[in-house]
Design a protein around this ligand. Structure first.
Ligand SMILES: *Cc1c(COP(=O)(O)O)cnc(C)c1O
Length: 458
């Protein structure tokens, strides 16, 4: 299987190559040359453990990795989860189930993708015998998950920029209290946008980024999307056969990455009733799905900060498949979004099985209370966004994207009782190691250079 760019101006790449480069050189995103029809296989996959299912699924795509090696990568990637099933389904009532995706080491669904991506990076380093420097910017969860996925990996340094004082104290601790010497959390003076802008400048210096073998860790990496397809299929196979086709997956989303993964699984043969795109007050995706208007505004702070996003970068993959894998059309639309900040469509086929909702902060609080009152179940503020207008569904599975203890302030204020998790408590006693820097590409480059070890030879 080869992977092509959504913009059609990049040579087909192998799985490992596409994962290593992340963004395609023509500015597009890597997608499988063809989405395989897995409906037959899915029937045979019923009853498999999560890791076994993941191996079978990746075998369809990572055709340049030998299956024995793939097995090792997957088994190790998911060895740090604290629930035997990795992604357990919890039934709240006859119609509503929750898919708990917060049993990974940083208690958010991003662990599913980043633990595996960490193993793939490690494999790459071992093959090429060249060390790599991974650089990313975060507003919280991605940084923590990426750092954890790369902890202590030989030949990999990880540098994460985060806005000083603007990530939650626990998220900061998850990044800065690891005690590992290959981890460099950099607290940037300024906002997330300032951090993001200086990151772009660092990557913009091609000579520099080649000289230190710089790699981006962000939500556009192909391996992340594919890793996320697995938990949809896993949950779907656990549903009673009679419910599968009548079930809607409800996905709290910001970047569109998570819901895209489900939609792709559906295109590969996972038959469902549809998807619900649940946004917070940053509602660009809700506006698109309810009225065809995709115009960007400023991202506003909310109680669900990991969804405070206005540029849904993974949307490009959806557009690409939605317009029949037409790279030329995708290019034109992306150019229009870039120059005018707007894209409108009346093409019903794109919207198809998707519906959407928006939830503001007051509703998030009410929902946390109501879900607790009704079911005795505590949800985090991101997951809460999914509990809106569910009456229209015959059956639904709401993806729970984070453990409530990750956002203790909101949960405690709302329910009047604390939410804790042992792994977060342990962090409170560890030393914080962070590197403060201004939002300046030159200073960041100098810092990265100062941390290079002599090349390791094995
Ligand atoms: C990242 C994140 C989201 C949004 O995921 P997307 O892939 O951007 O849709 C939602 N909830 C939590 C807790 C997250 O960390």
């Amino acid at each position: 299987m080869k992977f092509v760019s959504t913009r059609g101006q990049t040579e087909p790449h192998s799985f490992s190559e596409a994962v290593r480069i992340g963004l395609a050189p023509d500015g597009g995103l890597f997608v499988p040359e063809q989405l395989p029809d897995l409906s037959e296989q899915m029937r045979e996959w019923e009853g498999l453990s999560y890791t076994e299912l993941c191996i079978r699924f990746f075998q369809q795509f990572a055709t340049d990795i030998e299956v024995g090696e793939l097995r090792e990568l997957v088994e190790e990637a998911y060895s740090k989860f604290d629930h035997e099933e990795l992604a357990p389904l919890k039934r709240l009532d006859e119609r509503i189930q929750v898919l708990e995706l917060f049993h990974g080491p940083t208690l958010a669904f991003k662990d599913f993708a980043l633990q595996l991506l960490g193993k793939l990076y490690e494999r790459q380093v071992a093959l090429s015998r060249e060390s790599i420097n991974v650089l990313g910017a975060t507003s919280g969860d991605t940084g923590a998950a990426a750092i954890n996925g790369l902890l202590g990996k030989d030949g990999v340094n990880i540098f994460i920029l985060y806005p000083d004082g603007r990530v939650s104290p626990l998220q900061e601790r998850q990044m800065t209290c690891t005690g590992e010497s290959n981890v460099y959390p950099i607290s940037i003076t300024g906002s997330f946008d300032d951090a993001q802008a200086s990151l772009k400048d660092v990557f913009g210096d091609g000579a520099f980024s080649r000289s230190v073998n710089l790699s981006a860790v962000n939500s556009i990496n192909l391996a992340r999307i594919l890793a996320q397809c697995v938990y949809y299929i896993y949950a779907w196979l656990k549903l009673p056969g009679s419910e599968r086709a009548n079930t809607t997956f409800v996905v709290p989303t910001g970047n569109f990455g998570n819901v895209l993964a489900g939609w792709m699984a559906c295109r590969m043969g996972m038959e469902v009733a549809g998807f619900r795109v649940a946004t917070n007050r940053n509602d660009i995706l809700h506006r698109f799905f309810s009225s065809g208007d995709y115009s960007m505004g400023e991202a506003m702070a909310s109680l669900a900060p990991s969804m405070d996003i206005q540029v849904a970068s993974n949307f490009e993959r959806f557009l690409y498949f939605g317009c029949g894998a037409d790279a030329e059309k995708t290019r034109a639309v992306m150019a229009q979004v870039k120059s005018e900040g707007v894209f409108e469509t009346s093409d019903g086929s794109l919207v198809g099985s998707m519906s959407s909702t928006r939830m503001d902060d007051a509703e998030i609080r009410e929902t946390i209370q109501e879900v607790y009152r009704k079911y005795g179940y505590v949800v985090d503020p991101h997951t809460a966004c999914g509990f809106k207008d569910l009456d229209e569904f015959e059956h639904c599975v709401i993806l729970s994207t984070a453990h409530p203890a990750k956002f203790p302030e909101t949960v405690e204020e709302t329910l009047g009782q604390p939410s804790t998790h042992p792994s977060l408590e342990a962090l409170k006693h560890r030393e914080i190691v962070a590197y403060p820097l201004p939002a300046d590409a030159e200073e960041i480059k100098a810092f990265i250079l100062s941390k290079q070890n002599p090349v390791q030879t094995k």
